[in-house]
Design a protein around this ligand. Structure first.
Ligand SMILES: C[N+](C)(C)CCCC[C@H](N)C(=O)O
Length: 264
């Protein structure tokens, strides 16, 4: 099994994340909380995404990464490989994402002096507390919504990237850096716009269970959110998600492409 894609995905994911972190923290009003932790975790997750994507294409089309410029895979194959990558990365991402959301939603330190200390002291303490308070399955709270969010939208991610690259690249050639940056940026935006409704639901499911359980499941969370806040709830954060998505995914795809070209 070719492993370069896993390594390139690892490095490119970490680089993208560094750029995206300010946007991510503003979105959740948690500012600088939980910073080093997502950098390490996204590298693992992005490695799974790109590694699985490329190896699924290898299985579907019998072409390696190097051969794909000359023999481009069909959009159906690209979509299926993206969905497969998205599905598997969602399971790796679930506990990390849960910890990130829980830490970023802790607003206690911003409260008055003398107020009680935050519930979670850091990522490791957070993981241990969730395990103790909510059990092993508690670490996967919201995983189902995360999987629903990422499976189709990672298909959209790779289709948009490949489609834009092909549009602006002469046949058989590698896309230029400018093309990779723009295609990567728009792939991020397209994917995040489609993912935002379930992103809202996912975060609510992840925060549920901290105190009294409010939602019975993904569907219940959707229905009661719409009932209370209207359909607009599904677009909450779509602007910040898109603003973050462009630089993060431009850099992710640029470094991914260049690392793979550099390794031959
Ligand atoms: C599928 N979904 C839209 C959730 C993410 C797509 C892009 C993934 C990238 N690591 C990022 O953080 O932007």
């Amino acid at each position: 099994m070719p492993v370069e894609e896993f390594v390139a995905g690892w490095i490119s994911g970490a680089l993208g994340l560094v750029l995206g972190h300010p946007f991510d923290t503003v979105k959740l009003l948690g500012f600088f909380k939980g910073m080093s932790f997502p950098i390490a975790s996204i590298a693992v997750v992005n490695s799974v995404l790109f590694g699985v994507y490329s190896n699924t294409l290898l299985v579907l089309t019998a072409t390696s990464h190097q051969e794909r410029r000359a023999q481009p895979p069909s959009y159906t194959h690209i979509f299926l490989a993206g969905c497969t990558g998205g599905f598997l990365q969602a399971y790796c991402l679930a506990p990390f994402d849960l910890i990130k959301v829980r830490l970023q939603n802790q607003t206690e330190p911003m409260a008055q002096p003398g107020s009680p200390p935050p519930h979670y002291r850091g990522p490791v303490h957070c993981a241990a507390s969730i395990f103790r308070e909510e059990g092993y399955r508690g670490l996967f709270r919201g995983a189902w919504a995360l999987m629903l969010r990422d499976t189709p939208t990672m298909g959209i991610y790779f289709i948009t990237y490949e489609g834009l690259c092909r549009q602006y690249t002469p046949e058989g050639q590698n896309p230029s850096s400018a093309t990779v940056l723009v295609a990567g940026g728009f792939a991020g935006i397209a994917s995040w716009v489609a993912a935002t409704p379930l992103d809202v639901i996912k975060s609510r499911m992840q925060m549920d269970g901290l105190r009294r359980r409010v939602y019975q499941g993904v569907l219940d969370c959707m229905v009661s959110s719409v009932r209370q806040e209207g359909l607009g709830v599904f677009f909450r954060g779509v602007t910040i998600n898109s603003a973050r998505a462009f630089p993060v995914n431009a850099v992710t795809f640029l470094s991914y492409e260049y690392l793979l070209r550099w390794w031959g």
